[in-house]
Design a protein around this ligand. Structure first.
Ligand code: HEM
Length: 493
């Protein structure tokens, strides 16, 4: 028997109803006589149908298709001078994790090999509650203001009229938001089609904050570097797999772990003092920008190993609720606008997708004790707080605040007037994609221009021309080569 086979060979006894009553017949509904109608007194039938009718919950509005696995994070280098987070306190210390990888734009049943960023979300079950590192396999993102996110995602999803993917929506949007072209360049490079989930890096993308026990803050970017080596699919192979094995990455992760090949990532941070962060040549809180590793080299922190598959996909992977706002003392948000928007958006969607008590689901529940004054609501699991007081202050020894616990974020520097302060497009927005383009090998550049031109060619000429102008501003060779291919494809260009 293979370990991926459905069930172990064991006798689990009598089938029961949801209420635990033995089921006598599971193949035949109860009827009034042989030709008579089905009876409403058949609790087993009605419960079975009614439960089935409710099997689907809303899929994630983005990142719907994914795969996950359990494992651990182990500290390999001491960074206790940077963060008071207890799970980072000692070299050798291990913390259980659950990691989910995903594509972004497709629905739950969509193909794993689509050209798309990959989600890289890690839940650390620490002794001070959960920390979720909800990143991607790219160090940057398309936009830098959360107010743009719903519009951006609409352009990646289906046309509201035809229910088809529409390249006009996608390229129209990007042509209006040239700061996206840094990420678009990564997306249309070979990194846009990674060979499964094991062969890619993960990034926090945003700058986050670490706070030590003296209250001193540093700004950091997290990097999870694959120990399996980077491997990408060619555009042709990715397209072929979309048809022949749409669950390619899900299968690859599951089967590798079953074989005992446990994928691992070495975890690093780039560290900036507050002074350095606020005075860097680029805005380190603008998620369309990287922070150079020459200026801020990677410092090792630990490693993540995934060594156990879920026992049940829905319970563990589908119900997993990651949020950048799930933080522990010693890790704090930064003023990155996108991150700030995300702090709201994730728990909001979890309450919609999973219900108000989503944190009580076993996959989301911290391993450390949870003692809140929250009560009731749909699907309150466990003892719902039992007889303990549900308010504070109280005189009955209920859970009380601890003023010694470090607040998530202390000493954040703020100034300025409330307002809608726009990020204006500047030459700086073209410098990093230019450096990236010039870093690519000849073959990688050729793949990039072919991938991008092949896709833009499906959009209207006006968008093609606009994008080519932006690409020329990045590098005349980049835009020029894309233009040549577009002209070959369309003589009206
Ligand atoms: C999933 C919103 C930007 C990474 C999601 C979900 C929402 C969302 C609503 C579905 C969550 C769920 O149903 O559990 C947003 C908003 C953004 C934003 C409003 C910008 C303002 C980003 C960025 C990254 C990212 C910049 C990476 C750095 C992810 C990942 C998931 C996800 C990895 C899937 C988590 C999982 O595996 O369950 N996002 N997102 N998102 N997002 Fe974002």
């Amino acid at each position: 028997m293979k370990s991926t086979d459905i069930s172990m060979d064991q006798n689990l006894g009598v089938l029961t109803t949801g209420t635990g009553n033995p089921v006598t017949k599971n193949q035949t509904s109860m009827t009034a006589g042989y030709y008579g109608p089905v009876l409403i007194q058949d609790f087993h039938l009605i419960d079975k149908l009614a439960h089935f009718d409710r099997e689907r919950i809303p899929e994630r509005v983005v990142h719907a298709k994914g795969a996950g696995a359990h494992g651990y994070f182990e500290v390999t280098k001491d960074i206790s001078h940077l963060s008071c987070a207890k799970f980072l306190s000692d070299v050798g210390k291990r913390t259980p994790v659950f990691t989910r990888f995903s594509t972004v734009g497709g629905e739950l049943g969509s193909a794993d090999t689509a050209r798309d960023p990959r989600g890289f979300a890690v839940k650390f079950y620490t002794e001070e509650g959960n920390w979720d590192m909800v990143g991607n396999n790219t160090p940057i993102f398309f936009i830098r203001d959360p107010i743009k996110f719903p519009d951006f995602i609409h352009t990646q999803k289906r046309d509201p009229r035809t229910h088809l993917k529409n390249p006009d929506m996608q390229w129209d949007f990007w042509s209006h938001v040239p700061e996206a072209l840094h990420q678009v360049t990564i997306l249309f490079s070979n990194r846009g089609t990674p060979d499964g989930y094991r062969h890619m890096h993960g990034y926090s993308s945003h700058t986050l904050k670490l706070v030590n026990s003296e209250g001193v803050a540093h700004y950091v970017k997290w990097h999870f570097r694959t120990n399996q080596g980077i491997k990408n699919l060619s555009a042709a192979r990715a397209a072929e797999l979309e048809g022949s094995d749409p669950d390619y990455a899900t299968r690859d992760l599951f089967e590798a772990i079953e074989r005992g090949e446990h994928p691992s990532w070495t975890v690093y941070i780039q560290v900036m003092t507050e002074e350095e962060a606020f005075n860097y040549k680029y805005n380190v809180f603008d998620v369309t920008k990287v922070v150079s590793q020459k200026d801020f080299p990677l410092q090792e922190v630990g490693r993540m190993v995934l060594d156990r598959n879920p026992e049940n996909y829905f319970a563990e992977v589908e119900q997993a609720a990651f949020s950048p706002s799930h933080m522990v003392p010693g890790i704090a948000p930064s003023p990155d606008r996108m991150l700030q928007g995300r702090l709201f958006s994730y728990p909001d969607t979890h309450r919609h997708r999973l219900g108000g008590n989503y944190l009580q689901l076993p996959i989301n529940k911290p391993l450390s004790p949870v003692r809140t004054h929250q009560r009731d609501g749909p699907m309150a699991l466990g003892d719902n707080g039992g007889r303990l007081p549900n308010y504070e202050p109280n005189s009955f020894g209920g859970p009380a605040e601890n003023q010694a616990a470090r607040e998530l974020d202390v000493h954040t520097r703020l100034d300025g007037l409330v307002g809608r302060h726009s990020y204006e497009l500047t030459d700086a927005d073209f410098e990093q994609p230019r450096a990236l383009y010039r870093l690519l090998s000849d073959q990688e550049r050729q793949d990039l221009v072919e991938n991008i031109a092949g896709n833009i060619a499906k959009a209207k000429l006006v968008f093609q021309r606009r994008i080519v102008e932006h690409l020329k501003r990045i590098d005349s060779d980049y835009g020029g080569r894309v233009e040549v291919i577009l002209k070959e494809k369309n003589h009206e260009y």
